[in-house]
Write a protein that binds this ligand. Structure first.
Ligand code: SAM
Ligand code: SF4
Ligand code: SF4
Length: 344
């Protein structure tokens, strides 16, 4: 596919590339039961050696290639991105990039919050715009059981408080809801953040990877979640903030803010999916449920120019046909990459 400067890249379904999610490490200090179950990610698990990870310079080159094709938004993820040493240096480097229209990029980070209390200021100073903190329970025992390393809830709440103090443009909380595990937290978490400016987004438990023992019975649908909250605090739907937004948005009628629901199981949104994902070792995935990626690191380390990198991205995106969630069925359970590798 010829690279057409000035025109926007579209895949075979007409979807543009707008977001790049970059995993900066496959390691994590948590062992969330739905993501990195201990039985699989135990002491002898082979994580990527440092030399396999993209360097900061390589990440910036990939981001620049994305930006050349219209990417506006970067999200750093992992594993746990705050475990990557000097992550704030990477953020400062990315913050130098400009969109095709000459604007600043929107730079966000998803974290488990365990190191946020002492990192928040440095992240903000480096140019991070938005932060999303994963928080599955406000009950300390349930929280410790879900992260499966006995990590105390209070330290993550301290992290969220620190994020509020340093004044990010937006703070979100991600809550994965698992039937019979943290259903009771739905209302508790919604109430804890009502009126604070922090937006909670409830996520349906997804069949990412092949190790988390996913089963449809464990999924609490977004419809049920919204109904539970709305029964106590009436809600009305809001329009998406932008084309391709993953969450459906709801507003409290009493003006106490909004919440979101990410329904990748019960109401897939592949039709507007504008996200590409880069794994920590530099593979480009055009779908969260892909079984394989495209090796950009080989190009980066093999002497490819920026123009060649951009052309490769154009070729890969141009051939993209993914819509896993819309096709999900019993026989789609083949090999899939793990969430901790690709970052969500
Ligand atoms: N470690 C960071 C964190 O937890 O925020 C970033 C990486 S984590 C893989 C990104 C997001 O994916 C988190 O909000 C997490 O809750 C979510 N996640 C992981 N496994 C999931 C699953 N099976 N279904 C739905 N969401 C999942
Ligand atoms: Fe780690 Fe995030 Fe996965 Fe939990 S969800 S195990 S914090 S990568
Ligand atoms: Fe995008 Fe794949 Fe998720 Fe569909 S299943 S929304 S194509 S990442």
């Amino acid at each position: 596919m010829a690279l057409q400067l000035g025109s926007r890249l579209r895949d075979t379904r007409g979807r543009m590339l707008r977001d790049l999610r970059i995993s900066v490490t496959d390691r994590c200090n948590f062992r969330c039961v739905y993501c990195m179950p201990k039985e699989v990610f135990g002491r002898d698990h082979d994580f990527l050696p440092h030399t396999m990870l993209l360097s900061f310079e390589e990440i910036v080159r990939v981001a620049r290639a994305g930006v050349a094709h219209g990417v506006h938004k970067l999200r750093l993820t992992g594993g746990e991105p705050l475990l990557r040493r000097d992550i704030e240096t990477l953020i400062a480097m990315l913050a130098e990039l400009r969109t095709r229209e000459g604007e600043r990029l929107d730079i966000a980070l998803t974290t488990n919050g365990s190191a946020l209390a002492h990192k928040a200021q440095a992240l903000r100073d480096a140019g991070l715009n938005r932060v999303t903190v994963s928080l599955d329970s406000l009950d300390d025992a349930t929280f410790r059981a879900m992260n499966d390393i006995d990590f105390p809830l209070a330290r993550v709440l301290d992290g969220i408080r620190a994020a509020e103090e340093v004044g990010f443009d937006a703070i979100k909380v991600n809550t994965v809801v698992k039937r019979g595990v943290n259903e009771d937290d739905v209302l508790r978490i919604a109430e804890r953040f009502r009126g604070t400016g922090v937006t909670v987004r409830f996520i349906e438990f997804m069949d990412v990877g092949t190790t988390n023992g996913w089963n449809l019975d464990q999924v609490v649908s977004s419809a049920e979640i919204i109904e539970r909250i709305g029964a106590v605090h009436p809600l009305e739907p809001l329009q998406p903030a932008y084309h391709g937004e993953t969450a459906t948005r709801w507003r409290y009628l009493d003006g106490a803010g909004e919440i979101g629901a990410i329904s990748s199981v019960t109401a897939p949104f592949c039709g507007t999916c504008s996200r590409a994902r880069i794994s920590a070792d530099g593979k480009l995935f055009t779908c969260l449920f892909a079984s394989g990626g495209h090796d950009l690191r080989a190009l980066l380390r093999g002497g490819s120019s920026d123009a060649e990198l951009e052309a490769a991205l154009a070729r890969i995106w141009g051939a993209r046909d993914d819509r896993y969630s819309e096709m999900r069925s019993a026989d789609t359970a083949a090999e899939r990459i793990e969430m901790s590798y690709i970052g969500g």
